[in-house]
Design a protein. Structure first.
Lengths: 56, 250, 218, 204, 218, 204
């Protein structure tokens, strides 16, 4: 399956590995923080709205 | 309809929400196709052997490392001149992406340098200026996270971005000058020529097309990430403002 | 005790805690070395062990002024001094937290920076070992300096002046280990001496730091 | 020189604090600002002094006419009382510090380093600074903090003399100064928060 | 303007003003260099120009956090901003005062420290010239960094992180002049470039510093 | 645990401040310290807490029994309310923070970073800290600064509950707390300065 990389196999594979890991990490952190912040904001807005309604 | 309408945070959120999936999928597709094409279906280079496959990661990330800084520069200018909050937050959102791209370029370059130049690192002007670019990213990100008030932070980081750009260019020339003093470093200079711009003609079509696909993929990925992260920054700022509001009411 | 350590680590991780700034400083100083002495990799390789040690030492040094001063300013130190925890443990834990958030990351990143300065291959192991053994001493000595200057406004530069001479023995042995290691010489003797300094300093200096801190709290 | 403020809105920390503030301060007049903690007195005075921009509204006559004194006195502990005053006199281009020294009875302290003054004496020195600026409009934020009654009287006298010479003064304070001054209660100008639903540049 | 300069110089001279601390730091760092890279004088002579430049740069750097922060804390900056002096002049004078109290003493003491590092004889002249031409740029750039971080508590490490990359061109040209001078090579080209940087930075950067300071005073 | 102070003299900044202070504080009792600014209340309380040594005199019963709260609250702005309290609970070896949270109505603020609290809320958190120490003698320096009336009542309730459980409290304050407490006016203990002529160890 994997093409013959000759004597540079380690070089090529490790640079692909390192890059893909870094990219995946970046995307994962982005999505994780995005979800968390989105949920936090929704909760806060909800709380303020119910409070505003309660206070009339 | 003016483009500036999207400077309204709420409008930006709804619009970016709609277009984001397109960017995510397109960028994913391009990167996967480009990398698979490049990795599996291109031959080895006659001189560099299979290491030429690294180019599909190295060049797009190097490209985006610089372009991200340029985008931040433009966004900073927009903030300073027109004071649209979204553009300041977009600059903030782009910085970590650009920094990651710089790291990828540095790491792949270093790994590549080992077989090609026989060393992981040489103080070649281009490599050195990339390292300096990375330092500027670090300072920019650190300044953003150190300042409490978001508007103050936006102003200060924007000015830092402007001044930093000027100094980055100055450094680039300084580094060029500095390493010419290196008389014994012919091997480094020859190796440096490999990364020179004139290689583009030498890159034959067989390598060129998958490379293009990868570059497009990286650009799209950058856009997707920045759009998404800008949304996150907008929400984070709203959370801050709402908490201040709650405190004031209390 | 564990509570204090965990709190200090948490504080360092949260935004504004300054975690990572020491690392960035280390990186920058390392980059500045070739800019100042020139890019010839043979020369860089010769000075790499010493340069890296000096860089790590300076990065440690610059992070000291937050070590106790923030706790002093917001009154935490007053409260800790009246708590059932002896002040000697407090300063030891503070030094430990400082090492975990500053010294240890420096040790871990040092090999990457060694690449930048073309450190010879056998040098990596000894560089890491010497930093691993030596940086705790830097944190403990630095805590003493921080305790001395805790009441001063903007005492950063004075702190550096007080602490740098105290760092000399650690630097000498630490750099010697790294240097000998890099050139393939036997390096266990200085390493043992370095370990001796770290052990002695860790055992004794906290008493001095606590005494000084008590005076400053008055 | 008249200071005119019309329909001013100001913000602090990203939140609107006061809105619709309008008043005019003519020569020879003093205006005392009142309002509970946190209403925005300090913010308003800093805006008038030109230290921060207003959100909307107009301020006229505040260019190079205002002498501002905030919570901090801007004194250097290692310089003497005289050197401190002298410095500010030179910065503002007036050379004379004798009147200021007399007005706040600082003569006995002239050569004392400012760091060795008590809190009240420091404040007196800070207020004496206003006299060496030569500026017509004084903008004072809680000037009498930590002053005893004698010093408060000195301050009132100094303000009266300043008004008599055609100057004017804008003072935020919680206590009664014994000045014949108009009062402006900021309580009525508290900014109303925008609706929660849609947010623009201000994010609230 | 003169009043501000004189006041700043006076403050630096009085007790606690920090005059001399920069010098002492420069001295200590220079002394630490042989400890870290080893005592061989040939090696030291090679790295002497660069090492001295780097030491001077760090000494400058560490004195930056007092440059504006003390005036900020006691309200002087607020008052200066409402005074008839444009903020651009204020930051320029502050930078000048910083150079006179930190940069200039470093220039004057550098030859003495050159002896410690066995700097070759032709190097002294060029070392002094390069520092004389280069250190003003360090002060001006540092003032920009200090203005950026003036509102932050214990922002010293962040200040270093922001300023060091901006110091790169100055360091490169400055060290290049000193290095070429020491080895007897022609050094006027980098000296001219260094002078260019100093001139450009002095002419333009105060505007950025003043703008940033205005934002921080809001 | 009774706190007994006999013939205490204390100094601040090298100058004697108070002399001849004597009192006893029994279980279940509260003592309120009064006196003008600068008389030495803070200095006395810090001496009792063991933060500084007295010049002469005797203090008994202050070993590991005192919980001190000064002008600064010792809160970390980036930690949440809960984390802050939890930290102090662990330091003092009590694990329970629920009562403290309830006593000062901090439930709604549990997960808010302390830096995002208003001044009064911060003070409430600082006072809640006393409850997690588990120490019998509370030594409080102006505890009600920046508290509004509701919060002052919470504080008074907390002190009463503490006294009811056999604790005691020593409070320096300028305002009326509504506690049934003895008063001690420090005005009568102002230290007399020694004669100018001959100076010994104290140089005055
Ligand atoms: C650590 C170090 C390295 C860094 C930071 C780096 C950086 C860059 C940058 C900035 C580009 C420019 C992209 C453009 O101008 O379009 C580039 C392109 C390139 N680099 Fe590197 N590089 C590094 C190491 C290497 C090594 C070791 C090699 C291999 C021998 C290499 C081979 C190339 C090639 C072939 C290109 C494409 C040139 C072109 O398309 O014009 N690089 N690199
Ligand atoms: N640095 C800051 N960041 C965010 N908000 C702030 C900041 N400083 C003050 N505020 C808020 O701005 C509002 C106005 O503050 P300001 O200092 O102008 O009040 P003030 O009327 O002067 O009060 P006081 O009588 O206590 O001096 C307050 O509600 C306060 O909470
Ligand atoms: N750091 C210091 N150095 C020198 N003298 C000081 C210092 N702090 C306080 N003093 C002096 O010590 C005396 C006692 O101060 P202390 O703080 O104990 O007074 P206090 O009764 O608590 O006053 P307040 O009601 O204002 O809190 C005062 O006269 C003051 O001037
Ligand atoms: Mg106010
Ligand atoms: Mg007190």
């Amino acid at each position: 399956m994997i093409p013959d990389l000759g004597k540079y196999a380690v070089t090529v594979l490790s640079s692909y590995g390192a890059s893909l890991v870094l990219l995946a990490l970046l995307v994962a952190v982005t999505l994780w923080r995005g979800r968390k912040v989105r949920a936090d904001m929704a909760e806060l807005e909800n709380r303020l709205k119910t409070k505003a309604n309660r206070d009339g | 309809m003016s483009l500036w309408e999207y400077a309204n945070p709420k409008k930006f959120l709804t619009t970016s929400e709609r277009v984001l999936p397109v960017f995510w999928w397109l960028s994913g597709a391009c990167i996967v196709i480009g990398l698979i094409w490049g990795f599996f279906f291109t031959p080895d280079d006659y001189r560099q052997g299979s290491t030429v496959k690294i180019i599909y990661l190295h060049v797009p990330s190097a490209l985006m490392a610089i372009n991200a800084w340029l985008m931040m520069l433009v966004a900073s200018l927009i903030w300073l001149i027109r004071r649209h909050h979204v553009s300041a937050l977009a600059a903030r959102a782009a910085a970590p992406v650009g920094a990651t791209m710089t790291v990828i370029a540095l790491v792949t370059g270093a790994i590549w340098g080992q077989p090609m130049w026989g060393t992981w690192w040489a103080w070649d002007p281009r490599l050195t200026s990339f390292l300096i670019l990375f330092l500027f990213y670090l300072g920019y990100i650190a300044l953003w996270s150190a300042i409490e008030d978001p508007d103050t932070a936006a102003d200060l980081t924007s000015v830092l971005c402007l001044v930093g750009s000027v100094f980055a260019i100055l450094s680039r020339y300084a580094v060029n000058f500095w390493n010419q003093g290196l008389h014994q470093g012919a091997s480094v200079m020859r190796a440096g020529a490999i990364t020179g711009t004139d290689t583009e003609e030498k890159v034959s079509n067989i390598f060129f097309f998958p490379l293009m696909v990868c570059m497009v993929g990286f650009v799209l990925l950058f856009i997707a990430l920045v759009l998404y992260r800008t949304g996150t920054e907008i929400r984070a700022r709203r959370i801050r403002a709402l908490m201040a509001r709650e405190r004031m009411a209390a | 005790m564990k509570a204090l350590l965990i709190r200090d680590l948490k504080l360092a991780m949260r935004a504004g805690g300054g975690f990572g700034l020491g690392l960035a400083f280390f990186l920058i100083v390392t980059v500045l070395i070739p800019f100042s002495v020139g890019p010839q990799s043979a020369l860089l390789a010769t000075i790499a062990p010493g340069g890296l040690w000096l860089g790590a030492l300076l990065a440690c040094l610059l992070s000291l002024d937050r070590l106790l001063a923030l706790d002093w300013e917001d009154g935490t130190l007053d409260l800790l001094a009246t708590a059932p925890l002896p002040l000697e443990s407090v300063v030891t834990i503070k030094a430990l937290a400082h090492w975990l958030t500053t010294g240890l990351p420096l040790v871990l990143i040092a090999p990457a920076l060694g690449v930048l300065l073309s450190l010879p291959a056998p040098g990596y192991f000894w560089l890491v070992i010497s930093l691993l053994v030596g940086t705790p001493a830097l944190s403990v000595i630095g805590t003493f300096g921080a305790a001395l200057t805790v009441g001063l406004k903007r005492g950063g530069l004075l702190l550096s002046l007080l602490v740098l001479p105290l760092y000399v023995p650690t630097l000498i042995f630490g750099a010697e280990v790294a240097r000998r290691g890099a050139t393939g010489m036997e390096a266990t003797t200085p390493l043992l001496l370095l370990a001796g300094i770290t052990a002695g300093v860790t055992a004794l200096l906290p008493f001095a730091s606590a005494a000084v801190l008590r005076v400053n709290l008055r | 020189m008249t200071l005119t403020v019309s329909d001013l809105s100001i913000a602090r920390g990203g939140l609107p604090v006061l809105q619709g503030v309008s008043f005019a301060l003519a020569r020879g007049e003093a205006l005392v600002l009142r309002g509970p903690n946190g209403i925005g007195k300090t913010t308003l005075l800093r805006t008038l002094a030109g230290l921060q921009p207003p959100i909307t509204g107009q301020i006229d006559g505040n260019e190079e006419t205002i002498a501002y004194a905030g919570h901090a006195d801007g004194l250097k502990p290692t310089l003497t009382v005289e050197e401190n005053l002298h410095f500010w006199a030179e910065i503002f281009g007036t050379k004379e510090i004798a009147t200021a020294i007399d007005a706040y009875e600082l003569n006995g302290l002239r050569s004392r380093p400012a760091g060795a003054l008590s809190a009240g004496q420091k404040r007196r020195l800070g207020l004496a600074r206003m006299l060496v600026t030569g500026r017509p409009i004084w903008v004072l934020d809680e000037p009498t903090v930590s002053l005893d009654t004698g010093a408060v009287a000195m301050f009132a006298d100094a303000v009266r003399a300043h008004l008599g010479k055609g100057g004017s003064a804008l003072i935020a304070t919680h206590i009664e100064l014994g000045l014949d001054a108009r009062l402006l209660d900021l309580g009525g100008y508290r900014a109303s928060l925008p609706a929660l639903d849609d947010f623009d540049g201000s994010f609230v």
